[in-house]
Design a protein around this ligand. Structure first.
Ligand SMILES: Cc1ncc(COP(=O)(O)O)c(C=O)c1O
Length: 345
């Protein structure tokens, strides 16, 4: 067996040689003084690609979302989001603990969207007793909904409802460029009706670190203060921004390969054992395990050299990324086939 085929997440990817050269050659300065030319260049590129006035480089997707929510809401406000969203499930309740916002989770539709009627009904009319509903958060692509790429018409519809009632809209676009490639629609168009959008460099784009929050210039100036409050003001961050610039120039189009690999993986899994995978639209395969224990399968996969994660009581997740080629997918399927034949679980 060669090394383990690591499909736990696209965050496990390691920088390519080209990216490492870009990092080594980065021009840097103190970004808290606004002096880092590479960070400044990255923020200009991100603003332009997302169709927003300005952008702010931050450490992670979690920080981008938290800074966005902190900057959008006043303490005691209510935010609407999906019950399967990353912000609601995996960000340590930062919206409650730091942004002092109350989260009202609405059931996500299986395709990652939200029922427009439910969104409308959840917006509270002004009343002395109630929190102000001030922000709607949407996610695209949708991680827990199997990397679903949400159609732009649905985002526009939700944003129109929110704006009509005076809410703002934040798009968690951790994998926005996967959505761009899957939908064949530019990121700026996908995010057009959203006030702010964040995206990550450290996932499908293959960088070691970094995310960006994009929005109106005044909002981003305030967000910069909130980033500082969180301890997120970085100094010679051009070392990291250089990787992100490189990724935007070199690693966007290739996401189509990750999507094709995910489709191949799901198709192969469907025929191999008691697995019911999704039809991946992007780079995330989620599969329900119909027989045996999830832990047993994950352990057997790991022993055979295929790494996946639990994604619910009977669901596993596998994610394709820049370090995984079509040959690795075939090898992963051969290994899973051997495991399934031995029926360990
Ligand atoms: C949809 C979504 N948003 C936000 C994040 C948070 O990103 P980070 O791990 O960089 O904090 C993730 C991470 O997987 C994600 O999938």
């Amino acid at each position: 067996m060669t090394g383990a085929i690591d499909l736990r997440s696209d965050t496990v990817s390691k920088p390519t040689e080209g990216m490492r050269r870009a990092i080594a050659a980065a021009e840097v300065g103190d970004d808290v003084f606004g002096d880092d030319p590479t960070v400044n260049r990255l923020e200009e590129m991100a603003a332009s690609l997302s169709g927003k006035e300005a952008a702010l480089f931050v450490a992670s997707g979690t920080m981008a979302n938290l800074v966005a929510v902190m900057t959008h809401v006043r303490p005691g406000d209510e935010i609407l989001l999906g019950d399967q969203s990353h912000i609601f499930n995996y960000e340590v309740a930062g919206t409650a603990r730091v942004a002092l916002a109350q989260a009202h989770a609405l059931s996500n539709l299986p395709d990652g969207g939200l029922d427009p009627a439910e969104v409308r009904a959840a917006i509270r009319p002004p009343n002395l007793h109630t929190p102000r509903t001030s922000l709607l958060c949407i996610e695209n692509t949708h991680n827990r909904c199997g990397g679903a790429a949400i159609p732009v018409g649905h985002i526009d519809e939700l944003a129109a409802i929110a704006h009509g009632e005076g809410l703002r809209v934040h798009l968690d676009g951790a994998r926005l460029f996967n959505a761009q490639v899957a939908l064949g629609i530019p990121a700026a168009r996908i995010a057009r009706e959203c006030d702010t959008v964040s995206f990550c460099f450290s996932k499908g784009l293959g960088c070691p670190v970094g995310s960006v929050l994009c929005g109106p210039a005044g909002f981003i100036a305030e967000a910069r203060r909130n980033r500082k409050l969180l301890g997120g003001g970085m100094r010679q961050a051009g070392i990291l921004a250089a990787a992100a610039v490189y990724a935007l120039e070199n690693n966007v189009e290739r996401l189509a390969e990750d999507h094709a690999n995910a489709r191949r993986l799901a198709k192969g899994l469907r025929g191999l054992g008691p697995f019911a995978p999704n039809e991946p639209e992007t780079n995330i395969v989620v599969a329900d395990v119909l027989e045996g224990s999830l832990e047993g399968w994950l352990r057997a996969f790991r022993d055979a050299g295929v790494l996946a994660v639990a994604f619910g009581p009977r669901r596993l997740r596998m994610v394709t990324h820049i370090n995984i080629g079509a040959g690795d997918i075939e090898e992963a399927l051969r290994r899973v086939e051997r495991v399934a034949a031995a029926s360990p679980a």
